[in-house]
Design a protein around this ligand. Structure first.
Ligand code: SF4
Length: 217
């Protein structure tokens, strides 16, 4: 995923069509019921009868995309609906086609409330690159909280020697009411990328973005 900003300070995410489909599927898997959105996306894919109960079932949105492959224009429209930001097809010279999604996060200011660190479901998002950085930095204290899975993936943050997820991230610290990440320079990519979009922030309860959205109405 690439992120950049233009002269008007709007920031964008650039996704290949495959990455865009993956991002839409993850959105439906990650967040609570989104019945209206499910119906809208299913209709755009030509499957208006798709049962909403399957949002959280095996496959869910993924199986819809397998059975109904959208063309570029339709995928763009789906991204716009799912991520709440303008979406456009772009084809930079010499690079593959991408979908450019406006994040609507240009005015974002973190107030260090710590809510995202306690709400975001990051347990399955630890990457091999994260693990490599911690190994290269000699941070065995961080690696102790990483659980390697049989399929080569990793889980965080798992209480050392237990296989049980920590209730709260062990690196989140409260300093006089302001929450701080005590491994800020080495935190996982998923944390560095948060919040990717205005919708992402809203769905994880970010009070700054929610109040901005409410003031738009
Ligand atoms: S690693 Fe840092 S940024 Fe990530 S959830 Fe923990 S405290 Fe928050």
């Amino acid at each position: 995923m690439n992120i950049c900003s233009d002269a008007e300070c709007e920031s964008y995410i650039f996704l290949t069509p495959g990455e865009a489909i993956e991002a839409v599927c993850i959105d439906f898997e990650q967040y609570g019921p989104q019945g209206g959105l499910w119906t809208a996306v299913a209709s755009m894919l030509g499957a208006p009868q798709a049962c909403f109960d399957s949002q959280f079932a095996d496959g869910g949105m993924r199986s819809l995309f397998v059975e109904h492959v959208p063309d570029r224009a339709k995928l763009c429209t789906i991204c716009k609906a799912v991520f709440w930001g303008d979406a456009k097809i772009v084809e930079p010279p010499g690079e593959p086609l991408q979908i450019r999604i406006a994040t609507q996060m240009r005015d974002f200011h973190c107030i260090r409330c710590g809510k995202c660190c306690r709400t975001l479901d990051y347990h399955r998002e630890c990457s091999p690159e994260d693990v490599l950085r911690w190994q290269q930095a000699g941070r065995d204290d961080i690696l102790e909280w990483v659980h390697p899975c049989k399929n080569g993936a990793y889980r965080i943050w798992v209480r050392p020697g237990t296989g049980i997820f920590a209730e709260v991230c062990p690196w989140l610290t409260d300093t006089d009411g302001l929450w701080t990440c005590s491994i800020h320079d080495l935190k996982p990519e998923v944390c560095c990328d948060y919040p990717g979009t205005r919708k992402h922030a809203c769905m994880t309860g970010c009070p700054t973005v929610i109040s901005a959205v409410e003031s738009d109405f």
